[in-house]
Design a protein around this ligand. Structure first.
Ligand code: SF4
Ligand code: SF4
Length: 151
């Protein structure tokens, strides 16, 4: 594999292995999102409420292999489905590459540390709640931190 292959390989042309390495494991795409009606602008809001299958301590899906079976509306991001990028947070590494921004300094391929996404505050680790544990409406759990990118 070439040095910095992600800078010269379009997302659509990545191998499965390369594609998986781009995910920074931030976990933000596993947060429940709310969207305004299209006629009201269609804006997307992030909550700090995670999908029931999310493992908040490990900051990853608890059953990634079977996620589509267990959570049918789980958004599947893959080379043939880049439209799904519009649902990803601004910090999402796939979204950054698609926008020509390159990987952030805290990305593990740049930092060499798989945990730097967490230590720099760019992930959902330790910050989420679950619907089963809260009484509030989802609207009351809208938060800004998932859309903030710390470099
Ligand atoms: S938001 Fe993007 S980079 Fe972060 S976990 Fe989801 S797919 Fe991976
Ligand atoms: S099913 Fe897994 S990958 Fe999909 S949103 Fe839920 S926790 Fe995330």
């Amino acid at each position: 594999m070439l040095d910095k292959w992600w800078e010269i390989t379009p997302l659509q042309e990545m191998t499965q292995d390369e594609w998986e390495k781009i995910c920074d494991r931030c976990g933000k795409c596993c947060l429940i999102k709310l969207q305004d009606e299209e006629e009201d602008g269609g804006e997307v809001y992030y909550t700090d409420v995670a999908c029931h299958l999310f493992d908040g301590d490990a900051c990853q899906c608890a059953d990634y292999k079977n996620r589509q079976l267990r959570v049918p509306d789980c958004v599947q991001l893959e080379p043939g489905n880049l439209e799904a990028l519009s649902w990803m947070p601004p910090s999402c590494s796939y979204r950054r590459l698609q926008q020509g921004l390159g990987l952030a300094s805290w990305h593990h391929l740049v930092s060499g540390d798989i945990n730097s996404v967490h230590s720099t505050g760019n992930s959902a680790i330790g910050r989420v709640v679950f619907e089963r544990d809260i009484d509030e409406d989802l609207e009351d759990r809208i938060v800004e931190w998932p859309i903030i990118v710390k470099n």
